[in-house]
Every structure is written in C-alpha cells, then in structure tokens.
Write a protein that binds this ligand. Sequence first.
Ligand code: NZQ
Ligand code: ZN
Length: 386
Amino acid sequence: MNNFDFKNPTKILFGKNQIENLSKEIPENAKLLLLYGGGSIKKNGIYEQVKTALSNFEVLEFGGIPANPEYAVLMDALTIIKEEKITFLLAVGGGSVIDGTKFLSSAALYKGEDPWEILTKSIPTQKGMPFGTVLTLPATGSEMNSGSVITRKETKEKLVMGGPGLFPVFSILDPEVVKSIPQKQIANGLADAYTHVLEQYMTYPVHALLQDRFAESILQTLIEVAPRILKDTSDYNAAANFMWSCTMALNGLIQKGVPTDWAVHMMGHELTALFGIDHARTLAIIAESHYTYNLETKKEKLAQYAERVWNVSEGTLEEKALAGIKKTTEFFHSLGIDTKLSEYTKDYKGTAEIISKRFTDRGWKGLGEHGKVTPSDVEKIVEMSY
Ligand code: NZQ
Ligand code: ZN
C-alpha cells in the first residue's frame, strides 16, 4: 500500500427532511448567495424548502448556471459577490452548480488579474470563500470533494481545478430529491459514479486489500440499485443507496494509498468540450477502448474486477480481464447509454487528432497511473471509440 494523507472536512447531513437543518450550518451574520441551475429546483419543491429554512438570513440569488458550468455565466455571479459583499455561498443543484460555486469560492478571493488562470495555470486553491451545498442530483461526488470542472464555450475548453480550500463546509443529502430526476440524468449519475470507482481501481495491484474491497462494494451496490432506481425514482431505499454510493465514489476515501488513472475523464472532458455530450456518456464512450488498449498494464485488476464484481470464474487471466471490459460496456448499455462516439455525432472524424494535439499543446506528456499514456496513445484510444 502506498503512503497517504487523508483529510475530508465536509460535514454530511444525510436523510429525509435534512434541508430543514440548513440554517444551523450557516454562520449567523452571513450574507448569502444562493446559486442554482436552470430551474428544476423551482418545479420540484426544493427551492421552497431551502427558502423556508433560510428565512432568518439575508439571501441573494443567482440562477441559470447551465450543465457544464459556463465561465461567462459564472463571471456575472462573481460581480454580484463582489458588489454585494457576499460572505457565504450556497449551491443548490447537481455537480454543475456545485462546481460553479467552487470556482466562485476560489475566484472571490483570487488576487490575480484573470480568474481563468486558476484553471489554465492549475493554481491550487488553498483558501476559498466558505460554501455549503444542497445536492439535488447524485453523480459527481462534488458535494464531498474539492475538485471542480469549468467549461468555456468561447474556446471550447473544459478544465479542472481544485485544492484543499474547496471542500464544502457542509452538504445536505436528502434522497427524496431523486424523485424528480429524469431517467437520463439518473443513468448519467450511475455511469459517472461507476466510472469514478473504476478510475481509482483499474490500475495495478498494490496490496491495498481494503481499498479494493471498498471500490468493489461501491460497484456492486451501483449494479444492484441501478435497475431499481431506473424503474422507480420514488423508491427511497434505492435512492438513498444510489446517493451515498455516488458520494463515496469520489470523496477521496477509496483513492488513498492506491494509484489512480483518470485518463478516461481527461479524454471524456474533451468530448464534452467539443460536442456537448453529457459528462457521464463521454466516459462510457472512452472506457472500453481505454481498458482494451491498456490491457497489458491493467489485466490483473481487470481480472480481479471480473471475478469479484461480475462473478466471472472461467478462463485465463487475460480472458477474465476481457470479460470484465465486456461486462462494463453491457452495464452502460443496461442504463440506456450508447458507448460509441458515432452514436452521438456524425462529425466525429478527426476528433482523435484534435484531442491528441490539445494534450500536446498543454504539455501533457503522459496520462494514467504510470504517466505513460501519451498524446499519440490518446489518439488511438479515441479513434477506437468511434
Ligand atoms: O439546471 P437544472 O434545472 O437544475 O437541471 C439539472 C440539469 O439540467 C437537472 N437536475 C439536477 N437535479 C435535478 C434535476 N432535474 C430534476 N430534478 C432534480 N432533483 O439535471 C441536469 C444535469 O445537472 P448537472 O449538475 O449538470 O449534472 P451532474 O451532477 O452530472 O454534473 C455534471 C458536471 O459535473 C462535472 C462534469 O464534468 C459536469 O460538468 N464533474 C464534476 C466532478 C467533481 N467536481 O468532482 C467530477 C465528475 O467527474 C465530473 O467531471
Ligand atoms: Zn465523472
């Protein structure tokens, strides 16, 4: 097992009616900015619950943060934060609203000239404006981690940022919010969380027995709960297990002491930036090609995954590894998610070269757990995903 430090300061309030406890978590004299997305919270009652819980606070609002939070929109919110001397941010939404809020938390205290540099120069945020979240969509784990992904339409870029100052102070996870989520977003959440686990597991063995079993148990829970939550979003127990699995998949715990990959995400982000494909679906497009292309370096873990998660008992190590890849693709299909780029756009020719060149231009020499997936490998992997 590798050495590690572990600190996760986010307080979780999990369960029915936890939104009622919101006011207890916010500093008394805070001047709040409530941030939300395209308006789903106004249709499903979450907005009302939040407003009621905040009745004793001075609250300004900023709505309209789009899926794949857009830099230009966030810059309008930043103006309000500065002009109104906001002291606390509250994100009410999914990964996009939470990530947008993280950017604002960092940008509000940023001393440099142009906050876009936080992303292009990978400046870690040591201290941000404090913020909390009310999660409305289980998927990204953003509610309990310190990462954020911001999109800039103007340049067709989607870049990551983070740092120890970007953990939410608290996050409210009420599984009842799952009721109103459309099927497509439920499928996205399942696929995103599933791939988060794979990115932290599908590497090479380092005798981290507990971390492996944490990861496998999250995958097994997602597999078990997927058909139930897709069939009936008001199944509270299914929703609760779905929600907690998504949080646990990316709150830092399972990646401690083990190598991590994240190449599927890096390639996937480019597909969202270029074509606007939903984040989770880009992962489903890349995963099979990435694991097949890197079979040699990943086969032990792939085979272990096939055995323990999918009960594959026949065949050589390599055959089991390949069976694991096949099962993964079948799982995405069972969620109604297509796994080939050509099923999303007719414009896919040349994509692999564009993405590979972007990685070269950014100076990214090698991705993955060994840092050996070069831009030229990326080109081949993306091409295999057409
Ligand atoms: O905008 P509104 O109207 O709220 O509608 C949203 C949006 O259209 C809707 N929705 C959310 N909660 C709902 C609901 N509809 C009905 N009922 C509810 N309770 O769902 C749509 C998608 O929301 P979004 O927040 O974009 O989805 P998700 O949570 O999947 O977030 C995706 C973003 O997170 C980033 C992705 O790249 C993408 O930009 N990621 C962030 C990560 C992190 N910070 O750790 C890791 C991930 O790998 C990912 O990259
Ligand atoms: Zn993801």
